[in-house]
Design a protein around this ligand. Structure first.
Ligand code: NDP
Ligand code: A1CAB
Length: 271
């Protein structure tokens, strides 16, 4: 299988690194390209053993899956670049937030199968939650191949294309929202008088350990929380203080804003 990445930035890097680490494809069969940053491509070649090129005809010839992984606003230039060289065998996988399959198809001027995925940067560590939608002409075998590719860097969740807006908010942008919360926790912790580096290190371990508990325990999160909360104890006191704030409403605002932006991005492209 030959895979090409048009765009080798942060998100693509997380995906192809995950695929290389999974050993599901020989690294030399993964081809990278970008706009002009040759040094970056050479670096990935040296560290991961992947191939790279700026020769679009060579890149697209025999390519089974072509990742469209530029920023959404760079897609039209990318489409102009690759249109003359697309072959009937190329199946596209777009990671670009907000751009509908119909819009991608229209601008590539092809009928080739197109999938849209919404991964997140946890792909770096094999834990992306990736929403996916397929065009109706994606065959069952190819669908399975794509799902297997995605599972190389995490888990896949097939959804209706319209629901990719919600997936974008909850898990695509999700790591950034959680990092923001963790940053606030560190900031608050440093105000308690312990040395900053000690707070940062201990909260990092706290987050990793809590994630592993969620992963490995059979208990649900509410039970894990209750197991820490002694009647009349410190946890109860802290949780009481937290319940004075409507944290759910705060996150609902955050997620609604992200969904709204995703819809706006899609509508802007349809105009
Ligand atoms: N970051 C994230 O957490 C997530 C991002 N996404 C989506 O992933 C996409 C990429 O984001 P991200 O990786 O953060 O972006 P980056 O800015 O890190 O990377 C963009 C890449 O696109 C390349 N590029 C630009 N124009 C062209 C072109 N004409 N031909 C080929 N390559 C081109 C750039 O090349 P060069 O370096 O040479 O300029 C660069 O390699 C976005 O559409 C975003 O919506 C989806 C889910 C999560
Ligand atoms: O911020 C963005 O638009 C992209 C989509 C999800 C994560 N990053």
């Amino acid at each position: 299988m030959k895979i090409v990445f048009y765009g080798s930035g942060n998100m693509a890097n997380a995906i192809f690194t995950g695929i290389v680490n999974s050993k599901s494809i020989e690294p030399e069969n993964i081809f990278l390209t970008n706009k002009s940053n040759l040094e970056k491509l050479e670096g990935y070649h040296d560290t991961l053993g992947v191939s790279y090129s700026y020769d679009d005809e060579e890149l697209l010839k025999d390519a089974d899956y072509v990742f469209l992984s530029t920023k959404p606003y760079d897609f039209l230039k990318l489409a102009e670049r690759i249109k003359p060289y697309i072959t009937k065998d190329n199946k596209f996988i777009s990671i670009m937030a907000g751009l509908p399959i119909s819009y991608i198809r229209e601008n590539l001027q092809v009928k080739n199968p197109i999938a849209r995925i919404m991964p997140n940067t946890n792909a770096h560590v094999g834990h992306s939650v990736t929403g996916i939608s397929f065009s109706t002409n994606f065959g069952p075998n190819s669908k399975q191949e794509v799902l297997t590719l995605i599972e190389a860097f995490g888990t896949a969740l097939e959804v209706k294309e319209d629901h990719l807006h919600q997936v974008t908010a909850i898990t695509g942008s999700g790591p950034a929202f959680l990092y923001h919360v963790f940053e606030q926790y560190v900031n608050a912790g440093t105000k308690l008088g312990i040395e900053q580096s000690q707070v940062e290190e201990s909260i990092k371990e706290l987050i990793i350990g809590t994630g592993k508990m969620i992963e490995r325990s059979d208990l649900k999160m509410d039970q894990l929380r209750k197991n820490i909360t002694s009647k009349g104890g410190t946890t109860q006191a802290g949780l009481n203080a937290l319940s004075n704030h409507d944290i759910e409403a705060v996150f609902l605002d955050c997620l609604n804003a992200a969904v709204k932006r995703s819809v706006e991005l899609a509508e802007a492209e349809e105009d």
